[in-house]
Structure formats: structure tokens, C-alpha cells
Design a protein around this ligand. Structure first.
Ligand SMILES: NC(=O)C1=CN([C@@H]2O[C@H](COP(=O)(O)OP(=O)(O)OC[C@H]3O[C@@H](n4cnc5c(N)ncnc54)[C@H](O)[C@@H]3O)[C@@H](O)[C@H]2O)C=CC1
Ligand SMILES: O=C(O)CCCC(=O)C(=O)O
Length: 334
């Protein structure tokens, strides 16, 4: 049986890293059929919506989706909504799984092997903002239902790992109603997972500990914005955003995407690091049940990183294409 994969390049370097990941997926030899769809700022400018309905239909007609990145303006633009944020809510992709692992390059900290599990549908990302003259207010929504289901995802991931340790990162000391509900709900769910060592940690201390002693962390579960910030931090620990993959997982489908954005500062130059997108594609293969192919792609990426040539973000001068070709060559040796 083959797999139907929806590809959404989005904006900026999405146009460079998604074709790179596609080339690696094709090189696995698995029976894959690709369906292209559009979303993001360029789509909004062209069509007046950042996610056309046919894109949602295409995603739902596929087994999984690989998304590049989408640009969002920092000012309010009438009618615009962030493509990936919309898809997360629309498709109820409630679990954002963001692994950070040491890689064989000089600027990657050794001994890091952790996963951030970010609640993906609520918190400050409900995007409810109001402005009254010189005061602006944003709502943060935390529900017991969403906290429990993300808690259970994180607990299941922790249970399946060697160290079986889960940190609940929160700010319940300042926001006892919202962050407190999240913390208490995950703690309650943890009673069903006696093998998992569960600890809670205030998020600012968590950020400091991640910088000082990242090797002590295994799985971290947290709310939406806190997870967004912590996962860029953990990307920085292991070599930068060019290396950080992620999965947005729901009960019916999943959208895989690099943690990075559209990188307008380097877009169009052909020098974006495709590793994050390729590792996101490997996570997608794992989700589809192609565990061996997923492991092979990850090993090929490590081999290519070890042997080079590296892209400029990692201190080299290779193009996206040259690094992708190195990964594909390595795939034949793993
Ligand atoms: N999931 C998504 O679609 C996301 C979209 N964004 C959007 O992207 C735009 C730019 O946001 P920024 O804060 O600049 O974040 P960014 O992740 O696009 O870039 C941050 C820095 O990392 C570098 N970088 C990122 N990915 C790289 C790669 N693959 N290879 C080499 N260098 C890489 C960039 O050149 C830049 O210096 C914004 O419009 C933002 O809203 C930001 C984050 C996630
Ligand atoms: O919509 C956007 O522009 C970026 C969404 C930000 C975010 O949640 C992430 O980095 O995963």
C-alpha cells in the first residue's frame, strides 16, 4: 500500500526546504504519492485567505502532511490569520511534539536527548486580543480537557523512553487559575502512569536549567506559548533552528513541520539548512509506521552532518541542494 503525502511549502525558505525533504523521501524508495497544496502569506496576498478550503480538503485526503513555514506580519492585517496556527486549531492537532537531540557537529551540545510536548490549541494562542486606547489585553485559555489530553500524550511518550521522566513546566506561582489548572490536571493524569517519574518545574527555572544542564531533561510538557519559546531554546542547544523538527498531531491526521519560520533574511538564496524539514519528514515516516525508513533518514542526516559539507548556519558554505544530495548519498550507506 502507498501513502498519500500532502506537501505545503508556504513562504520564504519553505519553498527550499520542502522540495529538499521531498527528494529525501523519494530516495527512501517507499511508495509515496505527493499532493501539493498552498497556504501562508503569499497565498493570502494572491487569494485573500491564508488557508483555502481546498488545502484543508487535500490534507484530509492524505495520510499525513509536510508543511514548510509561513510568514505572519507583526501588525494586524484585516482578514489575515496565521496558516499553521489555523491548521492546528481547525484540524485539532493538539499535540506539538518537538524533539531536540545532540547532532555530530561542533556547535551542538553533547548529551541532549529530550522532547518538548507543547499544548497546541489554546493558551495565548486563542488569539483573543482587545485594545482600549493605550491598554491591550490578550486572553489565555486553559481547559481541563486540553490539559489532560496533552498530559497523556507526554506521559505516554515518557513511558516509552529509557529515562521515563516528565517535567511539567508551568508558571502556576503567578497564574494559579490558568497555569495551576494545567499543572494539577497533568499531575492527576500522571496517576495512571506509575512508571513515569513526574516532576514539576517553574518555567523560568526550566529555561535556566535547560541552558546549564540540558542532559537532565527527558520529556517536558507545557502550555502553548511557553512550549513555543522553550523549543527554540532547545533548538539553539543542539545547533540551531535549521536542525529542529516537529510534529503537530491530532486524532485524525498530523502535520509535520520544521520548528523554524520562513527566514526572510536568507530566503531565495538557496542556502537554508534543510535538516529540520528532512527530520520532520522522518518523524512523519515514523508516524506512518515506517519506523525503519525513519531511522535510516535520521542516520543519513547525522552522517551528512558529520562528513559535510555544511550549510552557512552551521559554519559551512554548502547550498541547500548540496547538503540534500549528501543526505541522499548517505541514505545509500546506512
Ligand atoms: N511554523 C511557522 O510557520 C513559523 C513561522 N514563523 C514566521 O516566520 C517569519 C520569520 O520569523 P523569525 O522570527 O525570523 O524566525 P525564523 O525561524 O524564520 O528565523 C530565525 C533565524 O533563524 C534562521 N533560520 C531559520 N531556519 C533556518 C534554516 N532552515 N536554515 C538556516 N537558518 C535558518 C533565520 O535565517 C533567522 O536568522 C515570521 O513571519 C514568523 O511569523 C516563525 C516561526 C514558525
Ligand atoms: O503563525 C506564525 O507565523 C508562526 C506561529 C508561531 C508558532 O506557533 C511556532 O513557531 O510554532
Amino acid at each position: 500500500m502507498g501513502y498519500r503525502i500532502c506537501l505545503i511549502e508556504g513562504d520564504g525558505i519553505g519553498h527550499e526546504v520542502v522540495p529538499a525533504a521531498r527528494a529525501v523521501l523519494e530516495a527512501t524508495g517507499l511508495p509515496l504519492e505527493f499532493v501539493e497544496a498552498e497556504a501562508g502569506w503569499e497565498t493570502f496576498e494572491r487569494r485573500g485567505t491564508s488557508v483555502p478550503e481546498e488545502t484543508v480538503e487535500k490534507i484530509l485526503s492524505c495520510h499525513a502532511t509536510l508543511f514548510g513555514a509561513a510568514t505572519s506580519p507583526t501588525r494586524k492585517v484585516p482578514g489575515f490569520f496565521g496558516a499553521i496556527r489555523y491548521l492546528r486549531r481547525r484540524l485539532d492537532l493538539y499535540a506539538n511534539v518537538r524533539p531536540a537531540k545532540s547532532r555530530p557537529i561542533p556547535n551542538s551540545r553533547p548529551g541532549v536527548d529530550l522532547v518538548i510536548v507543547r499544548e497546541n490549541t489554546e493558551g495565548l494562542y486563542v488569539e483573543q486580543e482587545r485594545r482600549y486606547l493605550d491598554v491591550a489585553i490578550a486572553d489565555a485559555v486553559i481547559s481541563k480537557k486540553a490539559s489532560e489530553r496533552i498530559g497523556r500524550v507526554a506521559l505516554r511518550i515518557a513511558e516509552g523512553r529509557t529515562r521515563k521522566t516528565l517535567h511539567i513546566a508551568h508558571k502556576a506561582n503567578v497564574l494559579p487559575l490558568t497555569q495551576g489548572l494545567f499543572l494539577d490536571t497533568v499531575r492527576e493524569a500522571a496517576k495512571d502512569f506509575p512508571l513515569v517519574n513526574v516532576q514539576d518545574i517553574i518555567v523560568d527555572n526550566c529555561a535556566m536549567q535547560l541552558v546549564m544542564r540540558p542532559e537532565r531533561f527527558d520529556v517536558i510538557v507545557t502550555t502553548n506559548l511557553l512550549g513555543d519559546i522553550l523549543s527554540d531554546l532547545t533548538a539553539g542547544l543542539v545547533g540551531g533552528l535549521g536542525l529542529a523538527p516537529s510534529a503537530n498531531i491530532g486524532d485524525t491526521t498530523a502535520v509535520f513541520e520544521p520548528v523554524h519560520g520562513s527566514a526572510p533574511d536568507i530566503a531565495g538564496q538557496g542556502i537554508a539548512n534543510p535538516t529540520a524539514a528532512i527530520l520532520s519528514a522522518a518523524m512523519m515516516l515514523d508516524y506512518l509506521g515506517e519506523k525503519e525508513a525513519a531511522r535510516k533518514v535520521e542516520r543519513a542526516v547525522d552522517l551528512a552532518l558529520e562528513e559535510g559539507p555544511l550549510t552557512p548556519d552551521l559554519g559551512g558554505s554548502a547550498t541547500t541542494k548540496a547538503f540534500t544530495e549528501a543526505v541522499i548519498r548517505a541514505l545509500g550507506r546506512v
